[in-house]
Design a protein around this ligand. Structure first.
Ligand SMILES: C[S@@+](CC[C@H](N)C(=O)[O-])C[C@H]1O[C@@H](n2cnc3c(N)ncnc32)[C@H](O)[C@@H]1O
Length: 211
């Protein structure tokens, strides 16, 4: 399942329509997709969440590498992307949820899923309200186990845009608030180059304590 020729066009149209939400003008490179999926595929996960699949750069890499019985729930807020994903990625392992990542807990509960093995997030944390980004990570915390992994990328320019103002924003600082281990690697072959963080050891699970 290779890239669809319409991926780039659909992506660019969405970027022109709402750059703050799309956060890039081109889909991620295969190199970046591999770096995001490598730490997840080796777990042979049963349940994986994807946040912000866009036109499916990470989704295709995930489906290439995940076992045949994995369930992949991909949350995408842009309806144009959801239509494109459903048309171009016919794979029974994946469900495209036309809603924000902030609804993940509700969707998991609705489907009777209590444990998530991995999360692959392309959310542009630097473009989102800090409260929203924090609430997304808090929302998935109760479903993560010690062995679960979360991958997240950020472009190397580490810029935050808020109310038309630019400032420095290191997503790793935010991730460290939620995870005790955050390891990063840089992928230069992407436009723009990106830092991939692999997170483990969720700090706040919200799970009821036993005993
Ligand atoms: C930088 S693009 C990444 C797209 C794709 N994963 C890739 O790497 O090429 C960010 C994506 O996150 C989506 N997005 C933004 N806010 C979201 C939210 N709250 N929940 C789910 N998706 C969101 C955007 O619509 C967009 O598809």
């Amino acid at each position: 399942m290779g890239r669809n020729p319409m991926d780039a066009v659909t992506f660019a149209r969405s970027a022109l329509g709402n750059f703050r939400q799309t956060a890039s003008v081109v889909p991620s490179s295969r190199r970046l997709a591999r770096a995001m999926v490598d730490p997840v595929a080796c777990l042979r996960p049963k349940v994986v969440l994807e946040f912000g699949p866009g036109t499916g750069a990470m989704t295709r890499e995930l489906l290439r590498r995940l076992p045949s019985d994995t369930r992949l729930l991909a949350f995408e807020i842009n309806p144009r992307f959801v239509v494109h994903l459903r048309e171009t990625i016919p794979d029974r392992r994946v469900r495209f949820v036309p809603a924000g990542a902030e609804t993940a807990a509700r969707e998991l509960d609705r489907r009777g899923i209590s444990t998530v093995d991995a999360v692959v997030s392309s959310l542009s944390l630097g473009m989102m309200a800090v409260e929203l980004a924090d609430s997304i990570f808090r929302g998935i915390a109760p479903y993560l186990e010690a062995s679960s992994r979360v991958t997240q990328y950020q472009y190397v320019h580490r810029t935050r845009v808020d109310g038309g103002k630019f400032s420095r924003f290191d997503a790793r600082a935010m991730l460290r608030r939620h995870f005790s281990s955050v390891r990063s690697t840089t992928v230069w072959l992407n436009i723009p180059p990106a830092v991939v963080s692999t997170c483990a050891g969720v700090r706040e699970t919200g799970r009821p304590t036993l005993g």
